[in-house]
Write a protein that binds this ligand. Structure first.
Ligand code: SF4
Length: 241
């Protein structure tokens, strides 16, 4: 008869859903929750550490301007099955406002400037708004390659709330059965750090993406409704209570 000691290896419990997964493909999110490894190259590691430094600098900058700003506010909700941290929570004259901060490379920054926020960034902000039931949010995107920052103001959006609920539910079902969802092939596969779980070779990945470059999740992504905030309108004293 086998005796199981206190230190016997237990089956690893899946992680809770992190808001940073909100705009990802279901297969990727499921892999993250099940603890699959990632293939991080030097460039990605460098971008991550640069992003982390800028993140802290941004939080310090806002903290200096607005003493009531709270950074790294923990957020956990058992009904949503979500846990994470808000970058900054700011009390303003309009009520509490969540600020989500992102850094991107120069090419992506140019795309964002001309076409608006990325789905992945907006999905994360919308998830924070939905879970915390806060009405107002700001997305701040900074260019890692050179100076440049854009701000987008948004409101809690019921269409996004429904989309996020459905997507998280699908991930949770996949995690519960430990079966990876089908691939959601798109241009994003080219920068995915778990692509080897989806394609046998880089050539196969390239070919699949050429055949199907657009990301077409189910259900379809709702429209991103935002107001662009000009540099002069960045949160200032006029917003504060
Ligand atoms: S390679 Fe593509 S389909 Fe596979 S997990 Fe990454 S984004 Fe999803």
């Amino acid at each position: 008869m086998a005796i199981t000691g206190e230190n016997a290896r237990k089956k690893r419990r899946p992680k809770t859903f992190s808001p940073s997964l909100a705009g990802h493909c279901l297969r990727y999110a499921t892999m993250e929750m099940l603890g699959f490894g990632r293939a991080l190259d030097e460039e990605t590691r460098d971008a991550m550490s640069q992003g982390s430094r800028r993140h802290k600098a941004f939080q310090a900058e806002l903290g200096a301007r607005f003493p009531m700003a709270k950074a790294e506010v923990a957020l956990k909700d058992d009904v949503w099955g979500v846990s994470g941290r808000l970058d900054v929570l700011l009390e303003t004259a309009r009520g509490p406002e969540i600020i989500e901060y992102k850094t991107v490379g120069g090419d992506i920054f140019d795309v964002i400037q001309s076409t608006g926020p990325l789905v992945s960034h907006w999905a994360q902000l919308q998830l924070y708004l939905a879970v915390s039931a806060i009405e107002h949010g700001l997305l701040v995107v900074e260019n890692r390659a050179r100076d440049g920052r854009v701000w987008y103001r948004g409101r809690r959006d019921p269409a996004w709330e429904a989309w996020l609920k459905e997507r998280i539910q699908r991930v949770n079902q996949a995690v519960a059965t430990r079966r990876l969802p089908s691939r959601e092939i798109s241009f994003r596969c080219l920068s995915c750090d778990r692509w080897q779980r989806c394609f046998p070779t880089e050539e196969a990945r390239q070919h699949a993406v050429e055949e199907h470059p657009a990301w077409e999740p189910v259900p379809p992504v709702p429209p991103i409704r935002y107001d662009h905030v000009s540099h002069e309108d960045e949160p200032g004293a006029e917003f504060l209570a």
